[in-house]
Design a protein around this ligand. Structure first.
Ligand code: S3P
Length: 168
């Protein structure tokens, strides 16, 4: 079973990924962490030194590496992963994609506190951050919507997520 969690930055992919991994007893991978360990650099450093375009290539390579070298896993992808190359089709063909959909207001409150580790938002003022989230979320929705399963805010309990995974 290959489960790919997708969704905007701050949507809770890593949190729910860990919860699911415990519940289903499957190994958990965090795609950003995998890219960082492959490169020996932080995501911020990779963006600064190599640029976003290069990061997207590294991200795709790490996604393929994990997917092709493990039979079963849960992976928390990066917020942009499904939106580049054919990554969303690739993930849908390899397994189940789960969109952790989180209201923009909640994303905003979380990302206000977690800006510094994320190169796309770390330089933005609080006001700019809100505008950025609104626009980026609207741009990316068409990719997230291609997921096999969507988890909305009101259904975010481990029991409900597992039920959706096995009954849809
Ligand atoms: C990004 C999201 C980040 C990370 C990078 C770019 C994005 O991952 O991959 O900073 O394009 O939305 P998280 O969604 O885990 O923050």
């Amino acid at each position: 079973m290959k489960i790919f969690l997708i969704g905007f930055m701050g949507s809770g992919k890593s949190y729910w990924g860990r919860q699911l991994s415990e519940k289903l007893m499957l190994p958990f991978f965090d795609l950003d962490k995998q890219v960082e360990s492959n490169e020996g650099k932080s995501i911020n450093q990779i963006f600064e030194e190599k640029g976003e375009e290069n990061f997207r290539l590294l991200e795709k390579d790490a996604l393929h590496m994990i997917t092709e070298s493990h039979e079963s896993f849960i992976i928390a992808t990066g917020g942009g992963t499904p939106c580049y190359f054919n990554n969303i089709d690739y993930m849908n063909n390899a397994g189940i994609t789960v969109w952790i959909n989180t209201p923009v207001e909640i994303l905003f409150q979380r990302l206000l506190k977690e800006k510094s580790s994320r190169p796309l938002i770390k330089e933005l003022s609080d006001d700019q951050l809100k505008g950025f989230i609104l626009k980026k979320y609207a741009d990316r929705k068409i990719y997230y919507e291609q997921s096999s399963i969507t988890i909305e805010e009101e259904n975010k309990t481990i029991e409900k997520i597992v039920e959706k995974l096995f009954h849809e």
